[in-house]
Each structure stands twice: as C-alpha cells, then as structure tokens.
Design a protein around this ligand. Structure first.
Ligand code: ZN
Ligand code: ZN
Ligand code: ZN
Length: 250
C-alpha cells in the first residue's frame, strides 16, 4: 500500500475528530435525556430514602449490601472469585448497551450502572464539606488573572470562546453550547488564545464564553444541591452569587 501523503493524513485526522465530536454530542444528549427522565419520574433517592435502605430506583438492586468490597481480587477465595465473575457477567449482560461505566458504594458488592442508576444522594457531612469548599473558593475577581481563553471549533464549524484556568493544558469539555446554533455541539478542536482578562480586569473575549462558564458552574452547583433536599446554607449562598454574576453578564 502506498504511503499516505501529509494531506491524506490531515484529512483522516479531521474525519476522526469530527466523528468523535458527533459521538460525544450523541452521548451528551443521551445523558441529558436520562437526567430529565430521572427528574420526571423521581428516580433519584433522597438522603432520607437512602438512609431508610430504599433500593436503587435505576436497577432495583439494593444501594449497598454491606458485604465488603470485592477488591483486591487477589485476596478473594476461590468461591468468592467465582461469585465475582458471575456478578460481573450478569452486570455486563444487563447493561450491555449502557456505556456508562459502573459504580458501587464502598463496603458493598452491589454494582450500579453509570447510565441506569442515579448516583447516591449526598449526606449532610458531604454537603457540609462542599459548603466549606465553596466558601474557600477565591472570588471571581481573584480568579481573573489565572484564566485563559480558548477558541473551540465545533462540529457545526462555529468557533466559540471558552474560559478556563491556566493550569489546564487542554479543554476537557467535549460538548458545549453553541450560541449560534442554539444547540449543544461537539468540540472538534481547541486552541489556547491567551489570558482571558486584561490587566485592568476587563474581559478580552466577552459575553458568550463568560456566560457559558458561569452557566456550567451554576448547573454543577445546582446539581450538587438538588441531590439532596436539605441544603447547606453556604452552598445556597454560592448559587445566589453565581446567579447574580450570571444575571449581571446578561
Ligand atoms: Zn442501580
Ligand atoms: Zn445500565
Ligand atoms: Zn453552531
């Protein structure tokens, strides 16, 4: 077979990047639909449900069985190993098309599906930790000097700005909102532009990227909060702050 020319190589790489962006987009849609369904059908357990020992509403299995972790596999007896393999086979069979990975609660052998099963609710201790973490965040003003703008080329060929901390050497978001299309779009390529803010603190690439960044921060904070009804005050304060910032960017 003749060797590929540089141009052919470039074309193939571009095709691969486009395919991967489309796949990421489809997966993003699938997970968002699942999340909507969970909201509609009340699939997520509240902390009270969880403590009361209600089974997972995704797969019907107990959230935890208290049988201790499977790992390390080396330390299992022969019959435990067979049991593990059997449980693993059943899981693969049942979740063959889920592509969501798996999770379990420490100290338990039940395996839950990353696509079918909503993650366990957060307890008061974790919420408190989260609230402390939020409270320890530097303010947006303090963060400005450490933020870079990137240009993301989306699979619709629109180029949108994206802001993130300078320490990241690549953009991990695989799907972002495209303001031009009004849709979530897969990222085909990304390029660092440079500092997001000028020395006087004004933004270089205004509006869309900033809004996008705040929206994501807000969505993440809200998701953490809604996992449990009982909310920590500091978390709510943080959400209010973010909402206010988002509002003032509009
Ligand atoms: Zn489950
Ligand atoms: Zn599944
Ligand atoms: Zn677009």
């Amino acid at each position: 077979m003749a060797k590929l020319t540089e141009e052919q190589k470039r074309q193939r790489a571009a095709k691969r990047a486009l395919r991967s962006a489309l796949d990421a987009e489809a997966d993003d849609r699938r997970h968002r639909e699942q999340d909507e369904r969970w909201k509609r059908e009340g699939t997520r357990l509240s902390w009270a449900d969880y403590v009361a020992g209600e089974p997972c509403r995704g797969c019907g299995e107990p959230m935890q069985d208290g049988l201790g972790d499977w790992y390390p596999l080396m330390k299992l007896s022969e019959s435990e190993k067979r049991e593990y393999e059997e449980a693993d086979r059943r899981f693969r069979e049942r979740h063959a098309d889920c592509r969501g990975g798996r999770w379990g609660i420490s100290g338990s052998r039940v395996t839950h599906c990353g696509f079918c099963c909503p993650p366990p609710p957060m307890g008061p201790k974790r919420l408190e930790k989260l609230a402390r973490l939020f409270a320890s965040w530097p303010t947006r003003e303090e963060r400005k000097k450490d933020l870079d703008t990137w240009d993301l080329t989306l699979r619709c060929d629109h180029v949108v700005p994206h802001i993130q901390h300078r320490e990241h050497s690549h953009v991990s978001a695989r799907v972002v909102d495209c303001p031009e299309c009004g849709e979530r779009r897969g990222v085909v390529s990304s390029e660092r532009v440079g500092p997001a803010y000028r020395d006087d603190g004004t933004i270089r690439e205004r509006a869309a990227a900033d809004r996008d960044w705040l929206t994501r921060e807000l969505a993440a904070a809200e998701a953490k909060l809604t996992r449990q009804r009982k909310s920590a005050e500091a978390t709510q304060r943080r959400i209010a702050e973010l909402q206010e910032e988002l509002g003032s960017e509009a």
